[in-house]
Design a protein around this ligand. Structure first.
Ligand code: NAP
Length: 294
């Protein structure tokens, strides 16, 4: 019998990681280990702090994975995840093993939109609240390119939807709480992103794990959305009061002042050509308005 491929999923307790974990559990060609860090009641998962160099090294040595998926994010110190955790991973991972690293549209700090895979990253202005996170991702990507050619760097915009363990993304969850309580919400009409459904990202990662593609890939539907149009469509799709979603606009001066790039949408043509996975547009599925992509 052929040896199963050993897959180490770092961040299996997270919002996206839970989706990928459940998706990969159904694949009987792989031997899967998923990790958690601080989450409670995650009995199937291995507790790992990737910034604890010794214990993380020992796990990598013991499991010797054919594929590692990096679905990590730190609310407190993304820099440490990259400087310490990713460094350990890159120094231990055998050349033949594949690394799938989940990155972000936040690496395009100028915000001119419709970014291609080959466009160079643009550091985010330090005044932006997620600058530490995005700029650490830029360094992470650069290190992976230098040190581990057998990689796929996947970039995504905001991920949304209910994952297969029933968890909603924070953005939609907070919208639901407000609208259900009768509170209006304001969202920016001139701030654009490529919103991508959590299930579609999970499917794409599964495909990439088995596929031969190497390099950077942008995932998501073809069309960008503003925050306002995204929330409005989601409210409608969920049967909530969409009139409670109000539009605000960000002036260029305000955006500059707060270091906010106005358009970090991704060009996703390559993924559409390469993958079988189809990426639904928010509030729509397969182009059919009645089949809601929520
Ligand atoms: N969500 C989005 O909209 C979005 C957009 C663009 C890119 N991404 C990327 O997608 C990936 C997944 O994001 P997510 O939204 O699923 O994040 P998340 O829900 O915050 O999950 C983060 C994961 O990282 C783990 N973690 C944190 N610190 C760790 C440490 N020191 N050692 C080991 N594990 C640690 C967490 O474990 P515990 O939960 O057990 O503490 C959790 O499993 C990330 O790479 C993120 O950058 C997400």
């Amino acid at each position: 019998m052929e040896e199963k491929r050993r897959v180490l999923l770092l961040g299996a307790s997270g919002y996206l990681g839970s989706q990928i974990y459940q998706e990969l559990l159904r694949d009987n060609t792989i031997d899967l280990i998923g990790t958690c860090f601080s989450a409670q009641a995650v009995h199937q998962l291995l507790r790992v702090d990737v910034t604890d160099t010794l214990s993380f090294s020992a796990i990598l040595h013991e499991f010797s994975p054919h594929v590692v998926i990096w679905a990590l994010m730190s609310a407190t110190d993304e820099r440490e995840l990259i400087e310490k955790g990713l460094d350990v991973l890159l120094s231990q991972l055998p050349e033949k093993s594949k690394l799938i690293f989940i990155s972000t549209d936040g690496i395009f700090g100028k915000g001119t939109g419709s970014y291609r895979e080959e466009d160079p990253p643009e550091p985010l202005d330090g005044r932006n609240l997620i600058a530490t996170y995005s700029n650490a991702k830029i360094r992470g990507e650069a290190r992976i390119r230098e040190r581990h050619p057998n990689h796929v760097i996947v970039r995504v915009g905001p991920i949304y939807g209910r994952n297969c363990v029933g968890q909603w993304d924070k953005r939609v969850a907070s919208m639901c709480a407000d609208l259900e309580a009768g509170r209006e919400i304001s969202r920016t009409g001139n701030l654009y992103k490529t919103f991508v459904h959590v299930e579609d990202v999970g499917n794409a990662i599964h495909e990439l794990l088995h596929g031969s593609y190497h390099g950077t890939l942008h995932l998501g539907p073809a069309k960008k959305e503003s925050y306002y149009s995204f929330y409005k469509k989601m409210a409608l799709a969920l049967g909530l009061n969409a009139d409670g979603v109000k539009e605000t606009l960000l002036t260029e001066a305000e955006a500059l002042e707060r270091g906010i790039p106005l358009d970090t949408s991704l060009r996703t043509k390559k993924a559409h050509e390469l993958l079988q996975t189809r990426f639904r547009q928010a509030g729509w599925e397969n182009g059919n308005e009645n089949d809601k992509g929520v």
